[in-house]
Design a protein around this ligand. Structure first.
Ligand code: HEM
Length: 369
């Protein structure tokens, strides 16, 4: 899928506070969903994926979907499928040997899945175009249409043409769903595996917030929780291969001459697990992000969102989602392995793909009230 040029939250046409409200609104739905399992074991994937899809949907389209809406379920399913196929061996091999495209069925399936994604999204954009009112901006799509309307020639410009609208929405939906949902799955799995760490997070949360809804501004008063969230992202390393980038000019890097047009794969694993940067690179250790006074400390090698001009444009939104979801879910629930499964039975081996997922598992979300 083609890439496009978004650079910050502002490009989504939404302020930080508005975004925080959207995230908190969605939290209530997922909390109810978890509550319905009444502490019995269940797979948390669907709830987290639907909620993350809904946050990005309400930012793009201006409204959320009901979790039982078949059109929404289909869209999330197709988007998951595209992500899976993007990491499949066939597609990886195709990227290396494009002339052999006919050999790799995964690539054909991926193209079909993209077509399906684009069809579903085109239908939603058309509906928004029919009811478009420049005075009442509902989301990213409307912001884009307003730009097109302001300067009609923009419709054919490098950025504001209809195809870019379609591809941008598809990219945002794809990139904004599985990434955060998978990170949260890792986070809750790690909390169930390391109950002592979960205890410390819950103690800090109870002490600082007294059980009220957490807000982004609480982060500075929750250094241990903040360190745990960073360590979850570091160890989960969900995008190990990063995205492919291409040099736009000849580059000399550490004595190597890289020609213009060379495909570069800046492996994020190489920094997130760098033995010269991290005290225990392969172990879950929130201490990586704490100084000896227990204060949060930034680390230069923490680059799960990549770096440079093409770094993830959703970073600040993703960080907000992770913080608000992780803290709110841990305020409300204690996450444990299912009865009969011990903490050490919980497997941290990832399922290999473009995004590294935890192996299928179930957890119990026991209400702490
Ligand atoms: C934990 C969550 C996330 C992680 C770890 C993550 C990580 C990344 C990485 C590593 C890249 C490639 C950067 C590069 O090429 O150097 C990327 C690209 C991208 N991300 Fe994220 N991301 C996350 C969440 C999000 C969210 C929530 C959104 C949407 C709001 C988003 C939108 C995008 C887009 C659109 C791109 C492609 C940018 C381009 O074409 O240059 N991401 N992300």
């Amino acid at each position: 899928m083609r890439r496009f040029a978004l650079t910050s939250l502002r490009d989504f046409g939404m302020g930080k506070q508005q975004m925080e409200e959207k995230i908190i609104e969605e939290l209530h739905y997922v909390t109810d969903l978890f509550e319905n399992f009444k502490g019995k074991p269940f797979d948390i994937t669907k709830g987290l994926t639907y909620s993350m899809s809904n946050i990005i949907s309400s930012i793009i389209f201006g409204s959320r979907f009901d979790y039982t809406d078949p059109q929404f379920q289909e869209m999330v399913k197709t988007s998951n499928r595209s992500t899976l196929l993007l990491g499949s061996p066939g597609v990886q091999l195709y990227n290396a040997f494009p002339s052999l495209s006919w050999v790799f069925k995964d690539r054909e399936d991926l193209m079909e899945s993209f077509r399906c994604n684009l069809f579903q999204i085109k239908r939603l954009i058309s509906k928004l175009q029919e009811t478009f009112n420049a005075e009442d901006r509902r989301g990213f799509v409307d912001s884009f249409l307003i730009q097109q309307q302001k300067i009609p020639s923009q419709r054919n410009s490098a950025h504001y043409h209809n195809e870019n609208l379609l591809i941008s929405v598809a990219n945002l939906f794809l990139a904004g769903t599985d990434t955060t949902a998978t990170t949260l799955r890792w986070g809750l799995l790690l909390m169930a595996k390391y109950p002592d760490i979960q205890d410390r997070v819950q103690e800090e949360l109870d002490m600082v917030t007294g059980g009220r809804q957490t807000r982004v501004e609480d982060r500075k008063n929750l250094p241990y929780t903040d360190a745990v969230i960073h360590e979850i992202q570091r160890l989960a390393n969900i995008v190990p291969l990063n995205a492919l980038n291409v040099t736009r000019s000849d580059v000399v890097f550490r004595g190597y001459h890289i020609k213009k047009g060379t495909t570069v794969i800046p492996l994020l694993t190489s920094v997130l697990y760098d033995e010269s940067e991290w005290e225990t690179p392969h172990t879950f250790n929130p201490g990586h992000f704490l100084d000896d006074q227990g204060r949060f400390r930034k680390r230069d090698a923490f680059l799960p969102f990549s770096a440079g001009r093409r770094a993830c444009p959703g970073e600040s939104m993703a960080r907000m989602e992770l913080f608000l979801f992780f803290t709110s879910l841990l305020q409300k629930f204690r996450f444990t392995p299912p009865p009969g499964v011990t903490e050490s039975d919980l497997d941290l081996a990832p399922v290999v793909g473009l995004i590294l997922n935890p192996s299928p598992h179930k957890l119990c979300a026991v209400n702490r009230a």
